[in-house]
Design a protein around this ligand. Structure first.
Ligand code: FEO
Length: 540
């Protein structure tokens, strides 16, 4: 029997779904299976693009032989030598001894390594820009090194405007008969698995993906044919935009991903409380237990979110094992452009914060605050600390550029005149209510691209950003009125003045920092209400 589908008049999908693989590449769970795609071009000459995994060899062979219908196979193009696409290569060489194998120099070397050098006799080495005419079709070869191995090539069919993309634009999940992405609800059902595939398999090689996207942008591409997942014949710009974001390590959305490693639930409890405080700030949160969720899903979630929080207990004087593995995995993928916070737990010698910092430091992320230390369990006086961290994350989101929409354009922003909350979207709904202070939509002004000024509350140090502090504004921390705010000069202006660094005073109860020349004797911590004598001057 056979199971094939036509791509167009001359191209046929002859791949197969695999649903019995316990682990793809020995490490990635594929609970919904995975497809191994192969495409047959029938012109004056016949061309097969890649073979398949040994797990689906029977279906694959039946498909190829059925579609050839007695014709010989003239050419096999090997885009990628990873065995999930080359398991049947030797079989085909024996069955069609006159078949020529087109591949890169490195792929030829790998054929020798995997199958023996005697199997390289019919190999024709191709390089960037080479072409092959098969009758009506002209095939142009494009080098795509490190997407995902160094030998990778792609093929552009100049006649039908198809780009055969090797692993690029791949996706976990069986096709279930639906070969085209427009035959499923891709965004709702498959985008997460597409991101998981990209981030874990190709995610480290963003620079090389960018180089290939630049080459593709010069071609008239009307279909993308990857080695896993769906063929794209519609919305090609949409999926290319996703690849552009991912390969520049730019977050897809402003949101928080919290990953925690908790032995007895106390670290998890702190993470849950932080998630509540973030939700109260109108921030979207996704959470993962590193002992339960496989790392590939959390790596993928980290590629999606702008802000990352890692909470881990101390273990063997270091980081708990599942968190340690996760962070090393993320670091190995070179994830960039993130803001982050750490929570550490330890009953007698907490050190997971230091361990996590060491792993993440080379990534150059923006650390929003010093790691918070929990001793055994979160203490009541620390709840305001988490509240402060949630506010810090929400503020950082407001300060950073608006998240890119799917069409690549920035969303508009509306600012609440009462509390400074920022809503992002094309339009502010008429019945919108501020999630922080409850103000109606009429209290929101569209934020324009004017340089934002900063205004500091002289009582508690809270910073309001905007052209001016509204007359009816009250500090959300200490309730001071608008006339207590003074404009904060920017750093360049400040640098022109004689340097006079403000002193810092740290609340020994909750960690709140007051900045000023002197701490007023009647000062009260705006977070935990501790009196002035609980503050200590911070020395650098
Ligand atoms: Fe699907 Fe890199 O192999």
């Amino acid at each position: 029997m056979f199971c094939t589908r036509k791509i167009n008049d001359d191209y046929t999908w002859v791949g197969a779904d695999g649903r019995r693989l316990p682990m793809f590449e020995g490490v990635f769970g594929v609970p919904d299976g995975i497809s191994f795609n192969s495409y047959l071009l029938q012109d004056e000459k016949t061309v097969l693009f890649d073979t398949a995994d040994s797990a689906v060899q029977r279906n694959f062979k039946e498909n190829v032989l059925h579609e050839l219908n007695g014709r010989t196979l003239d050419y096999l193009v090997v885009h990628h030598m990873e065995p999930d696409h080359t398991a049947l290569l030797e079989d085909l060489m024996i069955r069609f001894p006159r078949m020529q194998v087109y591949c890169s120099e490195r792929a030829k070397m790998m054929i020798g390594q995997f199958f023996g050098t005697e199997m390289t006799q019919n190999v024709v080495v191709i390089k960037e820009g080479d072409t092959l005419c098969t009758g009506r079709h002209t095939l142009q070869f494009i080098a795509a090194p490190m997407v995902h191995w160094p030998e990778v090539m792609m093929t552009y069919d100049q006649t039908d405007h198809l780009l055969l993309t090797a692993d690029a634009f791949g996706c976990f999940g069986a096709l279930n008969g639906q070969i085209f992405a427009d035959e499923v609800n891709f965004e709702a059902e498959f985008l997460d698995e597409c991101r998981r595939y990209y981030s874990n398999i190709v995610g480290k090689y963003g620079k090389q993906v960018q180089e290939v996207l630049a080459k593709a942008s010069k071609l008239d591409v009307q279909m993308l044919l990857p080695l896993h997942g769906f063929v794209w014949r519609k919305d090609i710009d949409w999926i290319i935009h996703k690849y552009d974001l991912w390969s520049r390590w730019e977050p897809e959305e402003k949101s928080v991903m919290i990953a925690y490693a908790s032995v007895y639930g106390d670290t998890e409890n702190a993470a849950n409380i932080l998630a509540c405080r973030l939700a109260e700030q109108g921030v979207r949160v996704r959470m993962y237990d590193t002992s339960v969720t496989p790392a590939s899903y959390i790596v993928s979630a980290a590629f999606r979110a702008s802000h990352l929080v890692f909470a881990a207990t101390t273990y063997n004087a270091g980081v708990f094992v599942t968190m340690d593995e996760l962070l090393r995995d993320i670091a190995a993928h070179g994830l960039k452009n993130r803001s982050y916070l750490l929570l550490e737990n330890g009953s007698w010698a907490p050190s997971s914060g230091r361990g996590m910092t060491e792993i993440l430091k080379p990534l150059g992320w923006k650390e929003l605050a010093e790691p918070v230390t929990i001793r055994s369990a979160l203490q009541p006086h620390q709840e305001p600390v988490l509240e402060r961290l949630a506010r810090e994350i929400a503020q950082d989101m407001k300060r950073s550029a608006p998240a890119a929409k799917d069409d690549g354009k920035a969303a508009k922003q509306w600012v609440c005149r009462i509390c400074g909350y920022i809503y992002e979207g094309d339009e502010l709904p008429e019945n919108f209510k501020c999630p922080l202070c409850g103000a109606a939509a009429t209290y929101f002004d569209e934020k324009k691209e004017e340089p934002a000024k900063k205004w500091v509350c002289s009582v508690c140090g809270f910073i309001y950003e905007g052209p001016a502090v509204p007359a009816d504004f009250r500090c959300p921390l200490c309730n001071a009125p608008a006339d207590k705010f003074v404009e904060k000069k920017d750093e360049s202006a400040a640098a022109a003045e004689p340097a006079k660094a403000a002193k810092k005073w740290v609340c020994s109860i909750c960690g709140y920092i007051y900045e000023g020349d002197e701490l007023p004797a009647d000062f009260q911590c705006p977070l935990c209400k501790a009196p002035a004598d609980k503050f200590e001057e911070k020395k650098d």
